[in-house]
Write a protein that binds this ligand. Structure first.
Ligand code: NAP
Length: 305
């Protein structure tokens, strides 16, 4: 058993890293546990971050590195360990990983969210063979080819813009006739000659032998289904929170987000939720980082009780 920590932070994206920085500066005994041993969360695969104050046009990977360097510079301990179970013992919590058990007075859940799947035929079978959830990771494989992006949010539009730089043609396939993405992204997208938006269209099936070859696209206005030949399809239809670990332990909403307000307090005393994993209006790097700071303030107040 490891020593009793004041706070164990699970997850090392912007929320977890900010929490680590605030906890260390508050003099708390803290460790950050990260599942993959790579910090950054979703920011890692963001090509360009242009809305974090003071750091315009940052590369997501570099920004993650900066968060980590900052935390390490302050002496925050960051360990690669996947928490498998949390036991609430009241005064302390026990966190079980494969090799070790951590005892802590408080926990900050900063486990983030991951890409949602569409659940259409061919999606699972062809993942990694033309089906991708990360344009910045896999886009280079489709240089000079025709690809499709599914979705109408910030990520879908950013992906389409990114892919248009190297691909011959990019179809953006969206189920409505209005994009959800920020206006600045929409304006940039509309200027690109090799992007075509298919409005009111839904992906129904992905076809191909060992590689994506064809999509079946249903137009919900005309109610017609047509094939579309592409070499790759990038699915950007939002996120699902990483909350399996705490199912049945803390209260969640119908989508699986942990119910917590700006104090980051969950339904269990001593367990806090920060970043994309909690119920909130806006899921961005800046709001995740803000949560990290707020969660630590709540931890400090909790420990004074
Ligand atoms: P999102 O904003 O939730 O957008 C998801 C998109 O996928 C929506 O257009 C939605 O359509 C569509 N969609 C959802 N389920 C679908 C389905 N079953 N079939 C077809 N289409 C479906 O998600 P996101 O783009 O991944 O962004 C996630 C969060 O990160 C957002 O808060 C976003 O603002 C933030 N983000 C911000 C930036 C930035 O500020 N630069 C960059 C990246 C991400 P509808 O529009 O019809 O609902």
């Amino acid at each position: 058993m490891n020593l009793i920590y004041d706070v164990v932070i699970i997850g090392s994206g912007p929320a977890g890293m900010a929490a680590g920085i605030y906890a260390k500066r508050a003099g708390l005994a803290v460790v950050i546990l990260e599942k993959t041993g790579i910090s950054g969360g979703q920011v890692l695969s963001t090509y360009e971050v242009d809305n974090y104050p003071g750091l315009p046009m940052s590369n997501g990977f570099d920004l993650s590195e900066k968060f980590r360097e900052h935390a390490e510079h302050l002496g925050v301990e960051i360990k690669a360990a996947a928490v498998e179970r949390i036991e609430d013992r009241g005064e302390t919590k026990l966190l079980y990983t494969e090799d070790e058990t951590y005892e802590t007075r408080t926990v900050i859940l900063a486990t983030g969210a991951e890409h949602a799947k569409l659940g259409v035929p061919g999606e699972e079978e062809l993942t990694g063979m033309g089906v991708s959830y990360c344009a910045t990771c896999d886009g280079a494989f489709f240089r000079g080819r025709t690809v499709a992006v599914i979705g109408g949010g910030d990520v879908a539009v950013e992906d389409a813009i990114f892919l248009a730089r190297g691909c011959e043609k990019v179809y953006l396939i969206h189920r409505r006739e209005e994009l959800r993405a920020a206006k600045i992204l929409q304006d940039a997208l509309m200027k690109l000659p090799n992007v075509e938006i298919l409005w009111n269209c839904e992906l129904k099936e992905i076809q191909g032998e060992d590689q994506v070859e064809n999509l079946l696209i249903y137009n919900n206005k005309t109610q017609q289904t047509n094939p579309l030949a592409v070499s790759g399809v990038f699915i950007a239809v939002g996120n699902v929170p990483n909350t399996d670990l705490v199912k049945g332990l803390v209260d969640m909403d119908e989508k699986g987000y942990i119910i917590a307000d700006e104090t980051c307090a969950t339904s269990v005393p001593g367990i806090f939720a920060a970043g994309d994993v909690r119920t909130k209006q806006l899921r961005q790097i800046i709001t995740a980082a803000a949560d990290g700071a707020n969660a630590v303030t709540s931890v400090e107040q909790f420990m004074l009780k």
